[in-house]
Design a binder for this molecule. Structure first.
Ligand code: HAS
Length: 566
């Protein structure tokens, strides 16, 4: 991609580590995506069995969620964080600490993967009890998280050194975004660490017979919602700092970017109960408070929509675009030299629908219609599998090509990948939205029940929605296969230049100096306060309620695991 950015030569160790952190999860992603295809085939009734090629339906669903949503994302975000910190702060990093972080993440992933593949951790990506996994799954998750924390701690010394040497200067926008990402991650992973270490590991080790399910679920969703902003903010870093330049122009407002990152940091966590609107044991007051905060966390995404819309228009007009609507035709949709544009733009388009459906989910009463139906996977495939997935795979390819000095192979196919994926995801989600709005359940092997004409549960109304879902899912798989061909052909292609670290950097059109967004401190204090307001009472309420503990279950047996053994 010739945008004439400044390249920097980085230490071979760091270069190697960033590459491994991209390539390793990319290989796992092949497995994750394969199980996505299996999902649509099972649900459409094209596979009528509880297992396929030795893996059960729920085992495949667990692999799909854990690999795609937890492992691939965490590795990518750490690798991208290294690239941003090294590029903008221009300081070497402590490589011993960096390898320690990678080692923990790697070992953690292997432990969790082995447990899932052995059928000992069929607990889906939410791993909430009473589904119980082998301890190695939980220990693996803990190691993955600790490894990612260490990466972040490794960025603090260069950050403070930069601040000392550039007193009074604005911290680069991309660095603010990456720091916001990892502050969100620290906030998110603390409650889930408490859940895993104090509730789930002792229970799965057999040290205690039962677990407090409502408390575990509350701690999980305390983690689960900020998790989605941990995924979103790195994509926003690309949208704010790279997309405007790729479009041929400038970022409309630097202030909007900073406000978005800090605002997401503030409101990403005190909203988790919007995943629990239908659960007993939480008073409607707290459900309402979390619904209210959820509306506030959507505001920076509206801000992003307008800021990026203005940036795209500016870029298009710089490229000769004219008229109220006519300028849209001047964006580089299929420009092979600016191919990353297509990945970011297609993701933005999908996010319009993912965002609107998120606001529907957040609307307390509307959520009672769609909760736990296939509407939910439709929503999150238009968010995490839309803008986030496309931004991450696009940037993975970009970093691999620039760090190795390779040329992008199959460039025409490459530029089409995001659009094929978009067609697939829109058809897939339409099917799941339609089915979900009429009650089609999520996480269900429907081939053995609702889509099987021989079953007394057969539900012909959902058949059309299932066909849409499977057609869309198949198109998505085709797009992913093309992407893997481009990625690995590029990786194994001939080196054409020296491998360096290079990022695309958009200049701001308005470069405002607003003191309130130049420091993290008040936002961190605000985030801490909101967490106390939003969670102190519900957690106390849940602990005081003295719910009876639950024994462990596996998804394929209605009897507890211990009574099954006896
Ligand atoms: Fe969500 C459930 C509410 C955003 C992911 N969400 C989920 C789950 C996941 C997930 C994985 O309130 C399922 C968890 C599970 O397994 O049970 N979500 C929201 C809201 C937002 C939102 C209000 N979600 C996300 C993002 C995710 C994500 C981002 C992944 C990264 N979500 C919920 C709720 C539930 C939920 C409830 C629980 C429901 C239940 O019953 O369980 C907001 O942040 C969304 C704001 C976004 C916007 C869109 C802005 C649009 C932009 C594009 C502009 C385009 C341009 C291009 C400029 C307001 C920025 C123009 C081009 C043209 C061609 C026109």
């Amino acid at each position: 991609m010739e945008l004439r950015e400044e390249k920097i030569h980085i230490e071979p160790g760091l270069r190697k580590m960033i590459l491994i952190e991209i390539i390793f999860p990319m290989v796992l992603l092949i497995l994750g995506i394969y199980h996505g295809l299996m999902q649509v085939l099972y649900r459409a009734g094209m596979i009528r069995s509880s297992q396929f090629l030795g893996l059960s339906y729920f085992q495949g669903l667990t692999l799909h969620g854990v690999v795609n949503a937890i492992v691939f994302t965490t590795f990518f975000i750490v690798a991208f964080g290294y690239a941003i910190i090294r590029y903008y702060l221009r300081r070497p990093l402590n490589m011993k600490v960096a390898w320690l972080s990678f080692g923990l993440m790697f070992v953690g992933t292997l432990l969790a993967a082995v447990a899932i593949l052995a059928g000992k951790a069929t607990v889906l990506y939410t791993f909430y009890p009473p589904l119980r996994a082998h301890p190695s799954f939980y220990i693996g998750v803990v190691l993955l998280v600790i490894g990612s924390w260490i990466a972040f701690f490794n960025w603090l010394p260069p950050y403070f050194a930069w601040k000392r040497e550039h007193a009074g200067e604005k911290v680069p926008l991309a660095v603010v975004g990456i720091f916001a990402t990892f502050i969100i991650w620290l906030i998110a992973t603390t409650p889930v660490a408490i859940e895993v270490i104090f509730l789930l590991i002792p229970w799965s080790m057999g040290w205690v017979a039962t677990v407090n399910v409502p408390l575990a679920r509350m701690l999980f969703w305390f983690f689960g919602h900020p998790l989605v902003y941990f995924w979103l903010v790195p994509a926003y870093v690309m949208y704010y700092t790279m997309l405007p330049k790729l479009a041929g122009g400038k970022l409309f407002s630097d202030f909007a970017g900073r406000l978005t990152f800090l605002w997401l940091m503030l409101y990403s966590a005190p909203v988790g109960i919007h995943h629990q609107f239908t659960e007993p044991g939480i008073s409607s007051t707290w459900k309402f408070v979390h619904a209210f905060f959820t509306m506030l966390v959507a505001i920076p995404s509206f801000l992003t929509a307008f800021t990026l819309g203005a940036s795209l228009e500016y870029g298009a007009r710089e490229r000769g675009g004219r008229g109220l609507i006519g300028w849209w035709s001047k964006l580089p949709y299929l420009d092979k030299d600016r191919w990353l544009f297509s990945y970011l733009f297609a993701g933005l388009f999908i996010f319009i629908f993912g965002g609107i459906t998120g606001v529907i989910n957040a609307s307390y009463n509307l959520d009672t219609v769609v909760h736990n139906t296939s509407w939910l996977p439709a929503h999150f495939h238009q968010t995490v599998a839309g803008p986030i997935f496309l931004a991450y795979i696009g940037m993975s390819l970009f970093l691999v090509a620039t760090l190795t000095g390779k040329e992008i192979k199959l460039p025409t196919w490459n530029v089409w990948v995001p659009y094929i994926w978009t067609v697939g995801i829109m058809i897939f989600s339409t099917g799941l939205f339609i089915g979900g709005a009429s009650g089609e359940p999520r996480r269900t092997n429907m081939g053995l029940s609702y889509t099987d004409p021989q079953s007394h549960l057969y539900h012909p109304d959902w058949q059309a929605a299932k066909i849409l879902g499977s057609v869309g899912g198949t198109i998505m798989t085709v797009a992913a296969l093309i992407f893997f061909c481009v990625f690995f052909a590029t990786l194994f292609g001939k080196r054409v230049k020296q491998g360096d670290l290079e990022l695309i950097v958009s200049e701001p059109y308005y470069d405002e100096r607003v003191p309130a967004v130049q420091t993290f401190t008040p936002w961190l204090a605000g985030a801490a306060l909101l967490l106390v307001i939003a969670y102190a009472a519900p957690i106390a309420q849940t602990i005081r309620s003295n719910f009876p503990g639950a024994p462990g279950y596996s998804p394929d047996n209605p009897r507890p695991i211990s009574s099954t053994r006896s």
